[in-house]
Design a protein around this ligand. Structure first.
Ligand code: CUK
Ligand code: CUA
Length: 765
């Protein structure tokens, strides 16, 4: 033990005096040798240079990708394509404690359907909140197609804060997309069903089955969707698909396309031709054009019908008030993407080789002049396709989604069947370039590509299948996100990234400097409600409270101990642990897990999280910290003891594992004094520099000062016991004193390194 301490001490002093320097020897192998050895072409090396982010450097953009059936969100950097985080949204995720602590269980419980916990989600479309049509990096919304739900993620801490269940839909698809100032988040239905939650035979499909769009009101101050201020518009039983909001001249309108406007119901087992035959008969489907601002007025005026307690503007009202129109669109359309200037909506039909550019101005003129070609079976006026079009372009087979470039009039459309990206000019209506991608592209994404000012530079192709692209890992393959350089006239493929988490559909990318995530919570924070936790605990105030068979533990974690360390309860007790992480240092997360239970917390600095268990089986249950947080991490442990019913305590004094003498104490005391010298030298180094100009260093210094305060307290304890010649307690407390010193030194060295790397100046000798 002493030798380890000696070595640790040596390491500390070596670091503090700069004796350890990085090896200066660099591989002598030349670039052309490496290229030869690894079989790389010049083009490969160029692509590598365009994507490589050297150690210590960061990415220019952050992408947020749907995690498909994982119900999660994937965050990765561009151009490096390094995965940074999975954000747990609709499904439990153990590392983040999501669905394991009581606080996040409440968020997941908001997403229950018919009282049932839903343990998966099919996420499709993430959307970042906008201000004046620009991504503002504050919030993110994402939908669940299977269980019609919408989630709110706070980009302050990348945590899911809210899930809302759509009250009238049975499935959805056309969300999440936001208005230019994030007043509303849209969610459009997918498969028609009765809006009332009841059985209706399929024979009544035309009369009773319905589609809809819901406009979820987002309250920016509260950071939550406000269901009481949200409303829906009833739509015909055409399978609604993707949506987008207008902007600029088209602000106030939303666009939702549809497929199977034939209203065909299959039934192959009854001898009927299948859905796919009946749903692709007509040459066109319908784009729905909805005046949502008018809808918001009608909602305020109470011109709605309550369905399942939710206000719905009926089709009859919508038609009468002139807020709902249909326009034919190419067969089996998929994407509906409004151009950055808000003048056009680009729609592609999967079974048509053209992309169609609709002119908002022309559509509005037709509406103004009541120039309709007819009405659909529900009385909704239909605009003429040709008269609505600005232009149409032969883009390739199976065009799907469109994204925009920073260059005016330039758009990129994914071509599913041809496995290509087509770059084209939607003002002039001509193709500019085509690039073959590996396989079956679904969505594609440019940087801030659906905002009013796309940033260009890169495009990611979200391919549906990876087939033979990567090392085989069994029949279930990863997905393939391909990075493409779009800065020049010709698109250049740069990189393939396997994504092994569900089938991501859409992704959005934002300039990294727009995100301002926090690094710690205010002390004792409930991160799911964003309030001080009512059951937070301050250092020194840890306690165990019993009320009948309810036992509540108010505990804390800090390097390297959990307080309390021993919790004794009785068989049948219901035990709640409220654990507060007292750390303020960056990335000092502790975990908390109890053997034989699902108790599993992730405690980021400042966070308070809770878990409740029933002590139903007498026994001994170790608990410990699950994050390797410090040199004494393994010692960050404790015991939950569950005594059997009727257990009588026997007063037996247990023997100590090891007996300490004055020699042990003196040795430890000497080590501690030497350690203090190292600490003093680090402190002198820091305070001689302008460390106060560096916020991260200021907080590290606060943290170290706190540890040194604990060190001083325990030093006093140790020396008091030594004065009484109680060498057992004196040695143990001297050991604890040393623990605090090591932590302080560790933090101090982090601060010193930071100052060295950020060019701090000497301000005093
Ligand atoms: S969808 Cu999957 S490729 Cu849900 Cu936006 Cu088009
Ligand atoms: Cu805390 Cu390991």
């Amino acid at each position: 033990m002493q030798t380890i301490r000696k070595r640790a001490l040596l390491a500390l002093s070596a670091m503090s005096f700069g004796l350890v320097t990085a090896s200066a020897s660099w591989s002598a192998e030349m670039l052309d040798e490496v290229m030869k050895r690894r079989g790389l072409t010049e083009k490969d090396v160029l692509a590598a240079a365009k994507t490589y982010v050297p150690t210590g450097k960061r990415d220019e953009f952050l992408a947020f990708s749907s995690g498909g059936q994982s119900g999660q969100l994937i965050v990765y950097g561009i151009p490096s394509m390094r995965i940074l985080k999975y954000v747990a949204v609709f499904t439990p995720e153990p590392w983040q404690g999501y669905g394991f602590d009581d606080e996040s269980k409440k968020v997941l419980a908001q997403g229950r359907i018919n009282g049932k916990d839903i343990l998966f989600g099919d996420t499709h479309h993430p959307a970042i909140s906008e201000t004046n049509g620009e991504y503002d990096g504050r919030w993110l919304f994402i939908n669940d197609k299977n269980n019609p739900r919408m989630a709110v993620v706070d980009l302050h801490d990348f945590e899911t804060k809210q899930i809302v269940v759509n009250p009238i839909m049975k499935s959805e698809h056309g969300g999440a997309f936001v208005t230019p100032n994030t007043e509303y988040v849209i969610e459009a239905a997918q498969y028609p069903a009765p809006l009332e939650d009841e059985y209706v035979p399929l024979e009544q499909f035309n009369e009773r089955y319905r589609g809809a769009v819901t406009y979820w009101k987002f309250n920016r101050e509260a950071g939550r969707i406000d269901p009481s201020q949200s409303f829906s518009v009833e739509l015909p039983p055409y399978s609604q698909d993707l949506s987008d909001f207008g902007k600029g001249p088209s602000d106030g309108w939303s666009f939702t396309n549809s497929f199977c406007s034939e209203r065909y119901v299959g039934g192959i087992e009854k001898g009927r031709p299948p859905f796919e035959a009946g749903c692709s008969q007509k040459d066109t489907d319908f784009l729905h054009m909805i005046n949502w601002k008018k809808g918001a007025e009608l909602f305020k005026a109470g011109k709605t019908k309550m369905i399942n307690g939710h206000p719905v503007i009926t089709m009859e009202t919508a038609v009468k008030e002139g807020m709902l129109f249909l326009i034919p669109e190419p067969k089996s359309p998929h994407g509906a993407d409004v151009s950055p200037d808000g003048k056009y909506v680009i729609i592609s039909g999967k079974l048509d080789s053209h992309t169609y550019v609709y002119s908002f101005e022309k559509m509005m003129n037709l509406i103004k002049n009541k120039d309709f070609v007819g009405k659909d079976p529900y009385g909704i006026p239909i605009l003429d396709l040709k008269k609505s079009l600005h232009t149409q372009v032969q883009a390739g087979l199976g065009p799907l989604h469109t994204q925009y470039d920073s260059k005016p009039c330039v758009a990129y459309t994914s071509i599913y069947v041809d496995s290509q990206v087509t770059k084209w000019d939607y003002c002039e209506g001509k193709v500019l370039d085509k690039l073959s991608i590996h396989y079956n592209i679904g969505h594609l994404m440019t940087m801030e590509g659906d905002s009013v000012t796309p940033k260009g530079k890169y495009l990611v192709s979200l391919n549906k299948l990876a087939i033979d692209r990567f090392n085989p890992v069994g029949p279930l393959h990863p997905q393939n996100h391909q990075l493409i350089d779009i800065s020049g006239d010709k698109m250049e493929l740069l990189y393939d990234m396997p994504l092994p988490l569900g089938e991501p559909h859409y992704a959005v990318a934002i300039s990294a400097d727009k995100l301002k995530p926090i690094i710690r919570y205010k002390s004792g924070w409930d991160t799911r409600t964003d309030k001080r936790h009512p059951n937070r605990t301050r250092p020194g105030k840890e306690k165990v409270v019993r009320d009948g068979n309810k036992v509540t533990v108010f505990g804390t974690t800090i390097r390297s101990h959990i307080t309390p360390e021993i919790v004794e309860v009785k068989e049948g007790d219901v035990v709640t642990f409220h654990m507060t992480n007292l750390e303020r240092a960056q990335d000092q997360t502790h975990g908390f897990a109890i053997s034989g239970t699902n108790a599993n917390l992730s405690l980021e600095p400042g966070k308070t999280a809770s878990v409740t268990i029933t002590a139903d089986k007498p026994g001994v249950y170790p608990y410990y910290c699950t994050e390797f947080c410090s040199a004494l991490h393994l010692e960050m442990q404790g015991y939950l003891l569950v005594q059997p019913k009727g257990y009588k305590e026997v007063a037996v004094k247990g023997a100590e594992g090891t007996i300490y003498t004055q020699t042990d104490y003196d040795k430890q005391h000497k080590t501690n004094l030497e350690t203090q010298e190292v600490i003093d030298s680090v402190v002198a180094y820091i305070v001689a520099r302008n460390y106060q100009d560096f916020a991260p260093v200021v907080s590290l210094v606060e943290d170290a000062t706190e540890q040194l305060g604990f060190a001083a307290d325990t030093r006093k304890k140790a020396e008091d016991f030594a004065a009484k010649q109680d060498w057992q307690n004196a040695t143990l407390w001297a050991g604890q004193w040393w623990q605090y010193q090591v932590k302080a030194a560790d933090i101090g060295l982090r601060a010193k390194t930071y100052l060295d790397q950020h060019g701090a100046k000497v301000v005093k000798e």
